[in-house]
Design a protein around this ligand. Sequence first.
Ligand code: KIV
Length: 281
Amino acid sequence: MSNTPDESRPTRRRTTVADVARMHADGQRIAMLTAYDHPTAALLDEAGVPLLLVGDSLGEVVLGYDSTVRVSVTEMLHHVKAVVRGAPHALVIADMPFLSYGVSAEESVRNAGVFLSEGGAQAVKVEGGTRSARTIEAIVRSGIAVMGHIGWTPQARHALGGKVRVQGKTREQARALLADALAVQESGAFAVVLELVPEQLAAAITARLDIPTIGIGAGAGCNGQVLVINDLLGLGEFTPRHARRYAEIGAVIRDAVTRWASDVDQPSAEEAAPIPLDRDL
Ligand code: KIV
């Protein structure tokens, strides 16, 4: 048998932002999932998910905080590194946590840079439309790819009224959201997440943009979809209305652990190393 690599088999390389633009131009739907740890990232990468977002939803679904606002750069970085090590093929996008951007352009660029230079991510995500336009522009100008995020932006939860709710319901709000989307595009972002936006408005925004929209609770008219992996897998107590569940992993874990715990007093013979003692203790 020859040891020469089979050149007829395409080797899978890491997805790039240029690939995302190509997928968009080809009318291919873009799939993005969140990932927070090495084993999950490896499974999602193996399954061929092209975009992995290390979302600051980390704070709520993994770290047990009551809001994403609590998440720090150090915490995000720890998880970005694990995901990058687990996913050699996906484009890994690091979510910039609350106030790690937007205070000054210098600080925003420096923090974004850390996710690439230390974390190994290939892009960052920033919340906010017109209010974040200058920040996105500064980060893009420094050579870092940025994904925008408008609509329901969890870091602005308190400013948006505290309760998770669909954004852009009135004509005035819809116009403001379109202005947000255009500002994000103008600033040089390669894609934009539309979260909790009415379906028709999301479709209208998508039609007006040259960059792809990735929806979550924004209907079928976006160029791609993103979900929090825990919601898709049934891992956690609460599943938002927009999240389709494809598994009940929480129940599987609970059942396996309960069965194991009830077996601890009777380990099987195969679990022990049958090495006889050659002398008395
Ligand atoms: O933090 C996150 O998981 C997100 C997605 C919901 C887009 O921002």
